[in-house]
Design a protein around this ligand. Structure first.
Ligand code: FAD
Length: 413
């Protein structure tokens, strides 16, 4: 029997340790039980708060009160499923030969280990700047949001723009600065990004591209920010959303392969057959493009939790879910399915209400990504169909994609 066979022959008495009690780690722990894993499961998380969803932190509610937090499972549900939860505990290292993790409460043995440690905000070399990743961060931010106040947001990515919209809707004056030459440059096609920028302008929020912040100083109970164009702004809060870095230190210290994230194969196994990684901290081979990617999205964390639970219990199914992401800005929703690739052919459909649906096709004519901004139900319906087209490797007629009179569904055939 090989080491991998032995690992998968019966689960009784096997010990699973999951590092990171966020979306992915918690979902995976529950999925292991749903798949009949009957060994022990210990879920370890650094945060004191029981697993909650992060997306509401930057949306309209700027979820900061405990009542605003959305918990996918209660601690009682985890206990009922026999998942032993250790919150406020840090895993500081992995001893692969002894098969133990080092925790702030002492060593813990494992037979199978899942690393689901997420990511953390990239930081700027500036003082007095807030970042948003955790409930604790949201509490600090919300304390500074008040009608009539003024906020400077650094970074016109999803998180920065969502915070800008939420603060504006709570009566703040908001200015966004972005070092790149356009907003949402990483994931969103230019035509859609322009619409998002216009939406912010309509709400009185300027987005100043090609602009950075040189320094932030305290001035009484306010802050003075010096911009790269020479202007100085006096504000109540400076918040940065300038990307996130995967949490990989304990993996690289233990000698696992790490690039932009912990390197895993299509079943989310690391370079050690007893260790898996998933969610924001992992880089995996995308099933369609073959490119190695790291996807920071709620759905990816959820879908990979299911794949990894299958893989940890002997399943061989590769991770094939189509990446999907959404963002809320004022009364509009943005959704994207698939992964934009280099050199793609772009097709734009203009709906009757003037909103846009953007498609990206690869050199072989396959639909690889779709993005839309508009009213939630319309966007959701179209992106759901686009997701199916992408998943099926469809080569839809570009003229049909562009024509709002052609139901997207008909292109599935
Ligand atoms: C403000 C905000 C808004 C978002 N909005 C959207 C959205 O609208 N749509 C969308 O699709 N996605 C959104 N996302 C992204 C989405 O929330 C993440 O992709 C998802 O949470 C990733 O889940 P994860 O379990 O991989 O990581 P996390 O949720 O980050 O969980 C990882 C956990 O591991 C813990 N941990 C790390 N290292 C250790 C250690 N050594 N020991 C113990 N514990 C450790 C961390 O403290 C953390 O609690 C948003 C994210 C943020 C921050």
């Amino acid at each position: 029997m090989t080491e991998t066979d032995a690992l998968h022959s019966g689960t009784s008495g096997q010990r699973v340790v999951v590092v990171g009690a966020g979306e992915c780690g918690t979902r995976a722990a529950m999925a292991l039980r749903e798949r009949g894993f009957d060994g022990s499961i210990t879920l370890i998380g650094r945060e004191e708060v029981h697993a909650y969803e992060r997306p509401p932190l930057s949306k309209a509610s700027l979820a900061a009160d405990d009542a605003d937090l959305v918990h996918p499972w209660t601690p009682e549900q985890l206990a009922e499923a026999g998942v032993s939860l250790r919150l406020g505990a840090d895993v500081t290292g992995i001893d692969r030969s002894a098969q133990t993790v080092r925790t702030s409460d002492g060593p813990l043995p494992y037979d199978r280990l899942l690393l689901a440690m997420g990511a953390r905000p990239r930081r700027l070399d500036l003082e007095h700047v807030l970042y948003l990743r955790t409930h604790e961060d949201a509490t600090a931010l919300r304390a500074l949001v008040r009608p009539g106040g003024r906020m400077l947001v650094i970074g016109a990515g999803f998180i920065g723009l969502e915070i800008a919209a939420a603060a504006r809707e709570r009566g703040m004056e908001v200015v966004v600065v972005e070092s790149a030459d356009r907003a949402l440059s990483r994931m969103v096609p230019a035509v859609i990004a322009e619409r998002v920028v216009a939406l912010h302008h309509e709400h009185g929020v300027p987005i100043r591209t090609g602009t950075t912040v040189a320094a932030v100083h305290r001035e009484g109970d306010r802050l003075r920010a010096a911009l790269s164009d020479g202007e100085e702004l006096v504000v109540d809060a400076v918040v940065a959303g300038v990307g996130a870095a995967p949490s990989t230190e304990i993996a690289s210290d233990a000698g696992l392969l790490v690039e932009d994230g912990i390197v895993v194969d299509e079943q989310l196994r690391t370079s050690d057959p007893r260790i898996w990684a998933a969610g924001d901290c992992a880089t995996f081979p995308d099933a369609r493009s073959g490119r190695r990617v790291r996807v920071e999205s709620w759905r990816n964390a959820h879908d990979q939790a299911l794949t990894v639970a299958a893989s940890m219990t002997g399943g061989e199914e590769p991770h094939v879910a189509v990446p999907w992401f959404w963002s809320d800005q004022y009364d509009q929703m943005l959704q994207t399915a698939g992964l934009p690739g280099p050199g793609e052919h772009e097709v734009v459909r203009v709906r009757e209400d003037g909103s846009l649906l953007h498609f990206g096709l690869d050199a072989a004519g396959r639909l690889v990504d779709a993005t839309s901004l508009g009213r939630g139900p319309v966007v959701a319906k179209d992106i759901r169909v686009a997701e199916r087209l992408i998943g099926a490797g469809a080569r839809p007629d570009p003229a049909g994609l562009a024509d709002p009179g052609v139901p997207l569904r008909s292109l599935l055939a």
